[in-house]
Ligand binder design. Structure first.
Ligand code: SN0
Length: 315
């Protein structure tokens, strides 16, 4: 693996999942990365991605440097050819290249603008960063995808599934703010690389971009979608068609204990952070069918498997 920007960089997903699961049994691999520096660059807040990727680096013996540009760095200009006489003192060209001087691998969280669909879906910022960094780059949630989260989700489903071909349901759920489509896009993309039965349920107007929805079954009736499910994966996302807009916050779409009764005693998953009693009610989140904490725990092994693969093939 040269870099890890999307599902396309994982040429053998079952093998990557197996690697992560074997690392989980025996996480300390200090000799592999003892000579290397990992830089983690955030443009937005982060809890799980930041700490789990940092821990994965430490398990590999790497020196890890973390910087949050939204609070600590110079505001970055990303457009080419502009007169930089405004409030952005540094261009991404220099910033990425300089970080590349200090680090052997860089993780970057670039996030969506939610205002410019074309730019977001072109992965404008991530591509610029990769172009100038000069070292392998790991995507820690970009404008359209969150592959470390999705790899984690598949590891978790593999651990908890009780039949070879589980029914996995991605359900939209209400939220007070406009959120990116990245987690949902990526989840849909990765699950469709497996042979699981896969259903996406959301209100009209929340259709994912066709390249991510792929061939998934779309069910507008959430109750019907939940029927016989083994895994309920909840996530809010803002509209793709009416880009970045919150069309409504209909609490009837919240995952409740009542709705979970329609499932095959399904496990509940969410990438976190999760808004209680908006996305999911307390009863479900606090029940023993909720595996959100175990899922978050697996973030370490997904990140470590990816770092391990990059180190082995390129460094
Ligand atoms: C992010 C998202 O992409 O939806 C990160 C998920 C890993 N989530 C949020 O930004 C939640 C913010 C909020 O206000 O609840």
């Amino acid at each position: 693996m040269q870099s890890f920007l999307s599902v396309n960089d994982a040429d053998n997903i079952p093998q990557l999942i197996d690697l992560a699961r074997s690392i989980k049994k025996n996480p300390l691999q200090k000799n592999l990365g003892g000579h290397l520096t990992l830089g983690l660059i955030f443009m937005n807040p982060s809890l799980r991605t930041r700490l789990s990727t940092q821990k994965a680096g430490h398990n590999l013996g790497m020196n890890v440097m973390v910087m949050n540009f939204s609070g600590e760095g110079w505001a970055l200009e990303t457009e080419d050819g502009v007169v930089m006489n405004g409030d952005k003192p540094e261009h991404i060209k220099e910033a990425a290249a300089v970080i590349g001087q200090y680090c052997d691998i860089i993780g970057i969280r670039s996030f969506a603008t939610l205002s410019d669909r074309q730019k977001d879906y072109d992965e404008f910022v991530l591509k610029k960063f990769v172009q100038y960094a000069g070292v392998p780059v790991i995507n820690m949630e970009s404008a359209t995808v969150h592959p470390l989260q999705s790899l984690t989700d598949l590891i978790t489903i593999e651990e908890y599934k009780t039949r070879p071909r589980p029914k996995v349901v991605l359900t939209w759920a209400p939220h007070p703010k406009a959120l990116p489509q990245a987690v949902a896009n990526s989840f849909a993309q990765w699950v469709q690389k497996t042979d699981y039965e896969f259903v996406i349920t959301h209100p009209k107007g929340y259709e994912l971009a066709p390249e991510f929805a792929g061939k998934a079954t779309i069910e507008y009736d959430q109750a019907a979608a939940f029927e016989g499910a083994d895994f309920i994966y909840a996530k809010n996302w803002s509209s793709y068609t009416d880009y970045g807009k919150v069309l409504h916050q209909d609490l009837n779409w919240m995952v409740t204990e009542e709705k979970m009764k329609r499932t095959r005693n399904a496990f509940f998953m969410h990438c976190l952070p999760v808004r209680r009693n908006m996305i999911v009610d307390d009863a479900v989140l606090d029940s023993d069918r909720s595996i959100v904490i175990q899922e978050a725990g697996n973030r370490v092994y997904a990140a470590q498997a990816v770092l391990h693969s990059i180190i082995q093939s390129t460094l």
